[in-house]
Design a binder for this molecule. Structure first.
Ligand code: NDP
Ligand code: MG
Length: 387
């Protein structure tokens, strides 16, 4: 029922700011209980002044004073700092939905806290399900909460599944744009620059996911995300490259019928669907026309050139803490690539070697995941240093 009280973690990012656009465009449907940023104090302050939430969290404790001072005339907004505060606002009483729009492993603990507090989760932070998909899905069952995908591919599948029985899924097909380097060989990929990698053909997103899209790690993370969201066996997940990003993904059922969800590449629609679920809310998002896209094309993903996709399938197959290792090593590798410390192909080298080196755990606890993440970051950072 509306209005829904929303906590928006990562409100200053690409998903976060678009989620606030959605909220603005639906007067009376949503109220904002809490907002969080990592270091962008300026935008967080501006958002707090507009939405007047009960709390804001600035991750970077050095910026606490700045935010506190700027919001001094707004006593209804409590100002908090640090990562523990992020988990605290995720579990507040006066919240219905927590939208996890922060990037990376940092999403895990606040999401766990929100589930334990009985909150509905609108999940943008795919890393949470990659790191600890089994644990998260078990918690979701135990606490009886809804967990609705924001990621466009998963939203597509979720929408295709309305009115269907999950146990009649034969397989899903995740579409991938192929990114800016689609069609390049390994030799060519060795030469690509950070500036080229940061230019995605169809989507405007945060830096980390943009690099992941260029390396196809994003699709690998999405394969693992889909496994847990939809309770699939590994063999039930396929990937097809579809450069126009119009078909957002497909589900095939056991009678052979294939359902797809289509639309222009615009994250506002899946964000709104996750926030509004089970209700589909009217909106004036730009409409898709077939006449603007006379050709929708499909090709196989090149896992030889884009090794990350193969590594993600491998990690999913090994299960246990392997996907957690994959994720942590990738976060270190992407950060190093963004600092110009390693080349494009070396990102998958760091991931592959980390997967071989970090001790394997078949049935990790939450503490084990925290440990694995920590150990992997240390090893991956060492590998970066040796390049
Ligand atoms: P951005 O980099 O644009 O934004 C990230 C947000 O998280 C910012 O608010 C940032 O704060 C905050 N943040 C950064 N580091 C931390 C940290 N260590 N702890 C807490 N908060 C932090 O990312 P996106 O919005 O692009 O992506 C967010 C998530 O959504 C990712 O998991 C991504 O995979 C997923 N996603 C994104 C899509 C997109 O179109 N952008 C599509 C599908 C999924 P600050 O601004 O202060 O740095
Ligand atoms: Mg996606």
């Amino acid at each position: 029922s509306f209005p829904k009280r929303v906590t928006l973690l990562g409100s200053t990012g690409s998903i976060g700011t678009q989620a606030l656009d959605v909220i603005r465009s639906q007067p009376g449907k949503f109220t904002v209980t809490a907002l969080s940023a990592h270091s962008n104090a300026e935008l967080l302050i501006q958002q707090a002044q507009e939405f007047r939430p009960a709390a804001v969290v600035i991750g970077d404790e050095a910026k606490y004073k700045t935010v506190k001072a700027a919001l001094a005339s707004q006593p209804e907004t409590e100002v908090l700092a640090g990562s523990a505060a992020l988990a605290d606002v995720a579990g507040r009483d006066d919240v219905d939905v927590v939208l996890t729009a922060m990037v990376g492993y940092a999403g895990l603990l606040p999401t766990v806290r929100a589930i334990r507090a009985g909150k509905t989760i609108a999940l943008a932070n795919k890393e949470t399900l990659v790191v600890a998909g089994q644990l998260i899905t078990e918690l979701v069952k135990e606490y009886g909460v809804g967990l609705y995908p924001v990621d466009s591919e998963h939203s597509a599948i979720f929408q295709c599944l309305v009115g269907e029985e999950q146990n009649l899924i034969e397989k899903i097909i995740l579409t991938a744009s192929g990114g800016p380097f689609r069609g390049r060989s390994r030799e060519q990929l060795a030469q690509v620059t950070k500036a080229q990698a940061l230019k995605h053909p169809n989507w405007d997103m945060g830096a980390k996911i943009t690099i992941d899209s260029a390396s196809l790690m994003n699709k690998g993370l999405e394969v693992i995300e889909a496994k847990w969201l939809f309770g699939l066996r590994n063999e039930q997940i396929d990937v097809v490259v579809h450069p126009q990003s119009i078909i957002h993904s497909l589900v095939q059922f056991e009678d052979g019928s294939l359902k797809a969800q289509l639309g222009l590449p615009d994250m506002k629609l899946p964000i709104q669907y996750a926030l509004g679920y089970p209700q589909r809310l009217p909106n004036t998002f730009p409409r898709f026309s077939f006449l603007d896209y006379p050709q929708l094309t499909f090709e196989q993903a090149d896992t030889t050139a884009f090794r990350n996709l193969a590594l993600a399938f491998e990690a999913m197959g090994r299960a246990g803490n392997a996907p957690c290792v994959l994720n942590a090593a990738n976060e270190i590798a992407v950060a190093a690539f963004l600092r110009d410390e390693i080349g494009f192909l070396q990102m998958s080298d760091v991931v592959e070697t980390s997967l071989a080196r970090v001790s394997y755990l078949a049935a990790p606890s939450l503490d084990d995941y925290v440990q694995t993440d920590h150990e992997t970051r240390r090893i991956a950072q060492e590998l970066v240093g040796q390049v």
